[in-house]
Design a binder for this molecule. Structure first.
Ligand code: FES
Length: 576
């Protein structure tokens, strides 16, 4: 591509500002780490934004990767500085990692803007660490490249593939019905976590890695390379080299994250059977960079797209198989008729050109566009009196017979109520019932946890019932499956109709016609609303309080309202 005329580097305002005292201050303290004079003579300064943490096991290997990125930056004539940002481990953080996505994005944004950086490499992995860092970087808008940390090797238990997360959701059934012992469980734990890396299903982490590759924010083929494959280190090194060139070309995020890039990402997410969490994170990223995107477009652009990838939770293979079959480049190539092939990517070339030679090495894992695994795979967006602003369902992970269903609600006021009562022998519930979970939205929980795929009652599992319609204002793990309606907006805790549903009310789900309707008269709904009182706020101080007061609803991406948009990389004042 044609190179832009090189601008004065942003970092030179720190290191060569024309004022000797200021230059001394900015250079001298850094030099206690042993940098030679020529590090500060107009070489591009690259920040390596690291979400490494031992409490985020999916990102535990990223310190090693940073060394490979540094090697690449130095080879290309840049100067690397690694810095930490808030990391979020999906499994350990309470009440839910999602509560902290926006906080981590603020940390990333301010860390980038406040420091003498010309370009940034984002090292990501576990679910929220990708959107949080991309959101933060968007609000600064420097040249930025993402290095996804990569999935773990395939889970293997007694000769069978087991997918991280996806296996867990079957555990209750296995213990109740298949004689699964505590010893089996201990053994299966390590079998589903065989190496460094993130969940190896097409869960949220893999979906996020594919999202950034689809958006053009990684080098081609980055998403599926397993964390422990030597090619991942090569990718890190090449990304380090490339970011230096991107700085010289002034190839900022806003030049890559165009409307075309977002449309490509939505279509490719449908083709890979990606997580429903994709929606909420992509909207938040679009909000930061300033590309209008509304919830309905995920349906209009994506729902007719065929499913080309046979990975759990929708299918049977895992990310290592996806990589061996050719990875996302094959899907991009197969999808070329649906995509904006001219969308620019971080290597300076259009996405179509990058992937036009990609070949499939295993048609059982990646289908050809004319022989898809499912004809229409994307996410459906539902509307109705239960969800005026929308709700979502992933049809490829649902039971086809339940896609049109009418049944009586069995209501749980919150997840604790659900845990305490779902297995009660006297609970009036059968396979026709619809489980309604309230209090799981952004404000109500707070943080919109992944609890929407409520476990089915033991007594129904024993009868062989494997799926039921479930509705909530929460999210669902990308590794989970079932006929689960999520992200109901407005949420129950701020006065949404979901909060007014009572056990015994009939609900109609009609996915083909995109309807979700509570069969209760308007006058009765109004009566219930008049008697409704909002639940007590979950916190009266600190970040959680700020979050509750400012978080947007799910249909907008659940960002904090004052974080939407970008403030550029300019900082007008200096303390020295
Ligand atoms: Fe980190 Fe699944 S728990 S990616």
């Amino acid at each position: 591509m044609k190179k832009d005329k090189q601008k004065r580097l942003r970092s030179e305002d720190w290191f060569n500002p024309g004022d000797p005292k200021s230059a001394f201050i900015h250079r001298s303290w850094l030099r206690n780490q042993g940098y030679p004079n020529d590090y500060f003579n107009g070489r591009p300064v690259i920040g390596i934004c690291n979400t490494w943490s031992e409490l985020t096991p999916c990102n535990g290997h990223l310190r090693d990767f940073a060394e490979f990125v540094k090697k690449g930056v130095l080879e290309a004539g840049g100067v690397p500085f690694e810095f930490p940002v808030t990391s979020m481990g999906e499994i350990l953080m309470r009440p839910t990692a999602m509560l902290f996505r926006n906080l981590a994005s603020m940390d990333t944004e301010e860390s980038i803007r406040a420091n003498p950086l010309d370009g940034v490499v984002l090292l990501t992995g576990c679910d929220k660490t990708t959107p949080s860092t991309v959101m933060g970087a968007c609000s600064v808008d420097l040249p930025t490249i993402v290095v996804p940390g990569g999935p773990m090797l395939n889970g293997k238990y007694k000769g069978e593939r087991i997918g991280s997360g996806t296996f867990v959701w079957t555990l209750k059934d296995k213990i109740k019905n298949e004689g699964f012992t505590p010893e089996d469980q201990i053994e299966a734990e390590i079998c589903s976590a065989r190496s460094a890396g993130h969940c190896m299903t097409m869960g949220t982490a893999s979906t996020m890695a594919c999202m950034v590759e689809s958006l053009g924010l990684t080098l081609p083929g980055a998403a599926a390379i397993p964390a422990v494959d030597s090619r991942k280190k090569v990718l890190a090194q090449l990304s380090g080299r490339r970011i230096v060139e991107m700085v010289k070309e002034d190839l900022k995020l806003s030049r890559i994250l165009t409307r075309k890039a977002f449309e490509n990402a939505i279509k490719l997410n449908a083709a890979i059977g990606g997580s429903t969490n994709f929606i909420i994170h992509l909207q938040a990223i679009a909000g930061r960079i300033g590309v209008p995107l509304n919830l309905k477009e995920f349906d209009t652009l994506g729902s007719k797209i065929p499913l080309l990838v046979n990975l759990m939770p929708s299918g049977k293979f895992l990310m290592e198989d996806f990589f061996d079959a050719g990875g996302l480049p094959v899907v991009i190539n197969q999808m070329k008729e649906h995509l904006h092939n001219d969308a620019l990517t971080v290597n300076g070339k259009p996405i179509g050109e990058n992937n036009k030679k990609a070949e499939c090495y295993n048609p059982e894992v990646i289908a050809a566009i004319d022989k898809p695994f499912i004809e229409e795979a994307g996410i459906a967006v539902l509307y109705g009196n239960l969800c005026e602003n929308g709700a979502v369902i992933k049809p490829s992970a649902a039971t086809p017979e339940l896609m049109t269903h009418r049944g009586p609600a069995v209501v749980f006021e919150n997840i604790e109520d659900c845990h305490a009562n779902i297995d009660r022998p006297d609970l009036e519930i059968d396979g026709n019932s619809i489980i309604v979970l309230k209090g799981a939205g952004p404000v109500g929980y707070p943080g919109m946890p992944e609890v929407g795929n409520v476990d089915l009652p033991e007594k129904l599992l024993k009868k062989g019932i494997k799926d039921m319609v479930r509705i909530s204002d929460g999210r669902m793990s990308g590794t989970a499956f079932g006929t689960v309606i999520l992200h109901v907006s407005p949420e129950s805790s701020i006065g949404g109709v979901l909060g007014l549903v009572q056990t015994g009310d009939y609900i109609v789900l009609d996915v083909p016609n995109r309807k979700l309707h509570l069969e209760v008269e308007e006058s009765e709904i109004a009566k219930r609303r008049a008697a409704w009182t909002p639940p007590e706020a979950a916190s009266d101080r600190g970040y959680t309080n700020l979050y509750i007061k400012t978080v947007q609803q799910a249909h907008l991406g659940a960002d904090l309202d004052f974080l939407v948009g970008k403030s550029s990389s300019v900082v007008k004042r200096d303390a020295h």
